[in-house]
Design a protein around this ligand. Structure first.
Ligand SMILES: *[C@@H]1O[C@H](CO)[C@@H](O)[C@H](O)[C@H]1NC(C)=O
Ligand SMILES: *[C@@H]1O[C@H](CO)[C@@H](O)[C@H](O)[C@H]1NC(C)=O
Ligand SMILES: *[C@@H]1O[C@H](CO)[C@@H](O)[C@H](O)[C@H]1NC(C)=O
Ligand SMILES: *[C@@H]1O[C@H](CO)[C@@H](O)[C@H](O)[C@H]1NC(C)=O
Ligand SMILES: *[C@@H]1O[C@H](CO)[C@@H](O)[C@H](O)[C@H]1NC(C)=O
Ligand SMILES: *[C@@H]1O[C@H](CO)[C@@H](O)[C@H](O)[C@H]1NC(C)=O
Ligand SMILES: *[C@@H]1O[C@H](CO)[C@@H](O)[C@H](O)[C@H]1NC(C)=O
Ligand SMILES: *[C@@H]1O[C@H](CO)[C@@H](O)[C@H](O)[C@H]1NC(C)=O
Ligand SMILES: *[C@@H]1O[C@H](CO)[C@@H](O)[C@H](O)[C@H]1NC(C)=O
Ligand SMILES: *[C@@H]1O[C@H](CO)[C@@H](O)[C@H](O)[C@H]1NC(C)=O
Ligand SMILES: *[C@@H]1O[C@H](CO)[C@@H](O)[C@H](O)[C@H]1NC(C)=O
Length: 650
């Protein structure tokens, strides 16, 4: 903006006479302020772009805000010159900006000591001198009665931090002294009752956990990391009841973690890595409903004593902490439903826990790829439980090395390809749940030779301590709590996949199997007579496939069979009578249009096997029935197919 020369001359004249310009068209800022700014710039070694000394209206200069409540008495209230490449020192003359409310000189290259008087602004609310090269100590008395935001972080302030900051500045809400050279502390903060944010990290502070912080009822964020604090953690931490974030990592705190997390009801993030903490995780931390992030890496909490760690239903973000590698004695680990991701990294870390026996990781890693790294090794693993993750890929080769595996649950993923033959090599496998994936091809015949389901002499070595877990799928929604998995019945569940081919005759070898579900596949061929060899079978679900032929009569000998389902196949002929078959409801057989069934579908002397595929079922209803029956049956079939389709495809 060009200023008319006449007017400029007038202004200069006026300034020379030290008078305020009254009634001028060209406003000027307060003369005290102008003088203060002149003094300020003198000590700088750099110019400030946008400061035009020809204009006396400093209010229009870059970074300056004036209070224009009164046109005639404009005072500088804001000096915001952050990130302006300023170098040099700060002169005491700046104190002349008596009405200053905001002083921001952050992110520059200013150095030297700060004049003590600068800590005496009556109205200053925001002081941000962070990211400079300031040195020296803070004055013992800081008199900033209005200050709310106080940031001296990332400088070289040193010496003992003894300032009684809140004696006169009790309104401070934000105090950031991080990354300086403050040594020994006796920070008197107990009267800073308004404090919400305290950053003291990255200094050389020593002594025990500063107890004067326990009284700060509004404190939300407390960062004490990277100092030299030591000693045990005090139960008084539980008094800081509004804490949301607590970071005490990289200090020398020792002893066990106090069981105070039940009182920290808002705590979301707790970092205490790289201390000398020992003992077990307090139960209140593990059970905290609010906690989202726990970082305890590099402590002695991972001492050889930790055998069982159940962190399920906590919320961790990111990956498994690297220090899990050190949990050498760990036998049982559950991290299910903890929002962790990156299953590749997780397994790579956990394979170092050589004694790991039960690993529960379900409800995490959503839609990630199942790692196929052949070098993964879990030699002690007896139970691997990773359901409800929608993992992509196929059954990984590394699994083949888990020779001790007894229990494998990879249900509700998106794994595809064929089920490899080596699944039949697991000598101890008694529980296999691959349901609700996309496996295709035939069921490997090797599965019918699973040693522990065939051979009565295979002795399973159970863990002495059972872990309480129970799995259920309620109303389509998964729930993952296994109830002592070793008590679950011997199971093969391949339901809801895309498997084709026959039900092998050799299935009959699985004498010790209790539950067989092949529901919801595309299996074809007949139900072999030998199925009756599975003498311990309690549940047999073959529904929703393309099985044809008759139901073998020998199945009546399965005396433990309590649940049987062959609905929605292409079966025909008589339903066996006798044995448990007297107890199965109609819905066990529905959706097989040529299967006769009591009054609903009385048996004919000679039944013609269906020629047409079930989708067109209604059309084959013909001469075998009376007219009335035809209509009735047609409706039944139509209804069944409709509902069956819904039920079978999930
Ligand atoms: C100055 O006045 C204008 C409008 O009159 C207002 O928008 C602005 O916020 C005021 N600035 C200060 C610092 O008071
Ligand atoms: C100070 O200025 C810097 C750089 O412009 C900015 O990033 C920072 O947020 C400001 N500080 C405050 C408290 O507003
Ligand atoms: C805190 O306030 C109390 C009461 O006003 C006072 O006696 C005490 O000296 C203050 N402590 C500090 C460190 O300022
Ligand atoms: C914690 O608060 C309780 C009561 O609220 C009080 O009795 C106790 O002294 C406090 N502890 C510390 C260490 O400040
Ligand atoms: C582990 O913590 C110790 C201090 O307890 C520290 O010296 C060391 O550097 C830390 N190591 C890692 C890998 O963080
Ligand atoms: C791992 O298990 C073996 C066999 O039970 C045991 O001898 C060993 O001490 C365990 N390792 C650790 C670190 O506890
Ligand atoms: C898992 O972590 C590794 C190593 O940090 C990284 O290379 C990889 O991209 C991550 N994978 C996923 C799926 O995030
Ligand atoms: C059954 O198991 C025993 C002992 O583990 C073994 O010696 C035998 O060869 C196995 N028999 C068959 C048929 O696999
Ligand atoms: C997973 O945890 C969340 C809380 O973090 C909970 O709301 C949800 O019900 C849990 N899901 C299962 C399946 O347990
Ligand atoms: C058999 O399976 C069908 C299809 O999923 C279902 O509608 C029916 O209720 C089941 N019957 C029994 C007895 O399980
Ligand atoms: C299979 O998993 C999907 C999610 O991938 C779920 O929506 C569906 O209900 C599941 N089906 C059955 C039958 O469990």
């Amino acid at each position: 903006m060009g200023i008319p020369k006449v007017s400029l001359a007038f202004i200069l004249l006026a300034v020379m006479f030290g008078q305020r310009i009254q009634g001028s068209q060209q406003p000027a800022c307060n003369l005290n302020d102008l003088t203060a700014l002149k003094g300020f710039i003198k000590c700088l070694e750099s110019d400030i772009g946008g400061w035009n000394w020809n204009s006396l209206n400093c209010c229009s200069w870059t970074g300056i805000t004036c209070d224009n409540s009164s046109v005639l008495n404009e005072r500088v209230v804001g000096l915001e010159l952050g990130n302006k490449r300023l170098s040099g020192t700060i002169c005491e003359s700046l104190v002349g900006l008596e009405q200053l409310r905001i002083l921001n000189l952050s992110h520059n290259s200013l150095d030297g000591e700060i004049p003590t008087k600068l800590f005496r602004f009556q109205n200053l609310e925001v002081l941000d001198l962070s990211n400079n090269y300031f040195v020296g100590s803070l004055p013992t008395i800081i008199h900033l009665p209005s200050v709310k935001y106080f940031d001296l972080s990332k400088n070289y302030f040193s010496s003992i931090l003894t300032s009684e900051i809140c004696k006169t500045s009790s309104n401070i809400q934000y105090l950031d002294l991080a990354n300086n050279l403050f040594g020994e502390t006796s920070t008197y903060l107990e009267n800073c009752t308004s404090l919400q944010y305290v950053y003291l990290n990255g200094n050389g502070l020593s002594g025990t956990f500063p107890e004067n912080l326990f009284r700060l009822q509004h404190l939300r964020i407390l960062h004490l990391q990277e100092n030299r604090f030591s000693g045990p953690l005090n139960y008084g931490i539980g008094n800081i009841s509004n804490l949301v974030e607590l970071d005490i990592s990289s200090n020398g705190f020792d002893g066990s973690l106090p069981d105070v997390f039940g009182r920290l009801r808002k705590l979301e993030s707790f970092s205490a890595g790289s201390n000398i903490l020992s003992g077990l995780l307090p139960i209140s931390l593990v059970n905290s409903p609010s906690i989202l992030m726990i970082d305890l890496h590099n402590n002695s909490l991972d001492g050889p004593s930790l055998r069982s760690l159940d962190l399920a239903r906590n919320k961790f973000t990111g990956g498994i902490p690297f220090h899990f590698k050190n949990l050498q004695a760990l036998q049982f680990l559950s991290l299910s439903n903890t929002s962790i991701n990156n299953i590749s990294t997780a397994l790579e870390i956990l394979q170092d826990c050589k004694n790991l026996t039960i690993l529960v990781l379900g409800l995490n890693f959503y839609h990630e790829q199942m790692p196929s790294n052949v070098n993964l090794q879990f030699r002690s693993l007896k139970a691997l439980i990773i359901p409800f993750c929608y993992l992509r890929g196929s059954l990984p080769m590394w699994l083949r090395g888990c020779k001790m595996l007894q229990f494998l649950d990879l249900s509700w993923n998106s794994l595809g390809g064929s089920i490899p033959f080596w699944v039949g090599d697991f000598r101890y496998l008694i529980y296999l749940d691959l349901s609700n994936n996309s496996f295709s091809g035939e069921i490997p015949e090797s599965l019918t030779g699973l040693d522990s389901l065939v051979n009565d002499t295979v002795q399973l070595k159970e863990l002495s301590a059972g872990f309480p877990m129970e799995k259920s799928i309620e109303q389509g929604g998964p729930r993952l709590i296994y109830n002592n998995i070793w008590g679950l019945p011997a199971t093969i569940d391949l339901s809801f996949n895309k498997l084709t081919g026959p039900i092998w005759i050799s299935f009959g070898n699985l004498k010790k199997l209790h539950v067989l579900s092949l529901k919801g596949n595309k299996l074809s061929g007949t139900i072999p007579d030998s199925v009756s060899g599975m003498t311990n079978l309690e549940v047999l679900d073959l529904s929703c496939n393309k099985l044809s032929g008759e139901i073998p009569n020998s199945l009546v000998h399965l005396s433990f069979l309590s649940k049987f389902n062959v609905s929605y196949n292409e079966l025909y002929g008589n339903i066996p009578s006798g044995g448990q078959f007297m107890t199965f409801p109609y819905s066990s057989f529905e959706g097989n249009e040529a299967l006769c069934h009591g009054i609903i579908r009385p048996c004919q002397t000679k039944l013609i096997p269906p020629i047409v595929s079930p989708g067109k079922g209604m059309k084959i209803v013909d001469w075998n029935f009376g007219i009335g029956l035809t209509v009735g049956f047609g409706l039944t079939v139509a209804f069944c197919f409709k509902s069956g389709w819904v039920l079978c495809k999930g």
